[in-house]
Design a protein around this ligand. Sequence first.
Ligand SMILES: [Zn+2]
Ligand SMILES: [Zn+2]
Length: 343
Amino acid sequence: MPLRATLNDKQVQSFEFPLDEWEELKHGYRKQKLLMPCCLNKAIPKTSKLGTQYFAHSRRGDCTSAPESQEHMYLKFAVAKAAKESGWTVTTEYQGCTPSGDKWVADVFCEKGTARIAFEIQWSQQATNEYLRRTEKYTQSGVRCAWLFRLNGSKEYGRYEFIESYSLPYFGFKKKADGYVVARYQKSITEFVHGMLCGKLVWGPKTGDLLNIRVCYIDDICWKCKRTTNLVTGLEVLDKNNRHLDFLSFGGAGVEEWISTHIDNAELHAAGIGQIKNRYSKTVGHSYMSNGCFHCDALQGNFFIPPSLEGGNKLVCEWSYNSEELHIEPTWSFEGNPGTYWF
Ligand SMILES: [Zn+2]
Ligand SMILES: [Zn+2]
């Protein structure tokens, strides 16, 4: 059911009506020409159980527009209102098409200057391919598409369960006691949409961004001299406010080179860490950059160590991001916050 209609041949949108004017329309619409945008059949202004102002068909007739759930409409209303309040021109159920003639209908379409953003609210489960396919239609039409999709409110999710990319901004929301919340950032739908339209959702890190790198290490017993030595396990990447962005394991691309470039041997030594350098391994049959025993310099093999994000031993270094040295998985940050890993 749309939030848009034509009233005496002029477009009107339900979210633009203050409560008293909406009530007035509900009383007086019969004497005017109020039509649905989808099929030009007669429209009735209604208020849903959730308090959403919307237009319904007086008779559906041959209209083929898909029916919507109350929740979908409620969220569309909230997004449209937030977008308008952010200073954008907003049209709900906006119909457009790609240069090759493929049609699309955006839940909430926003324009400002040359920028065009379509918000899609996804209440039912949708396969990733479908997200990509539908997003591509918008991309071809010169429209940026952002998705808000429903998560199961009682389930916990990890970020790894969703593909992160610049071309597919999609964010899960959960129902909380006080309304719908974008789970990863703990922001209400209204705050999130407002922030997005004010440039507070940023994809990064970008070259030159200042990051904090923690060289993480643990202690272990040297297989050769049986003494305790510290071994580097990897690099934890944080933003400049020390919020976790990524963890790169020792042995991963560029990690050892990064350490030898940015961390003084003396600093490693002071932390009880052996030299990071090329050593020949008989087991592997060639030499590679490795941890060595602090005492006897024997090669300490790489083994999988799960990243410990809290506690543990760390050397901290500030670094200006350069993807040629180290590749850090980019992510969406909202108001400078990459959000929680679990949500
Ligand atoms: Zn219709
Ligand atoms: Zn040793």
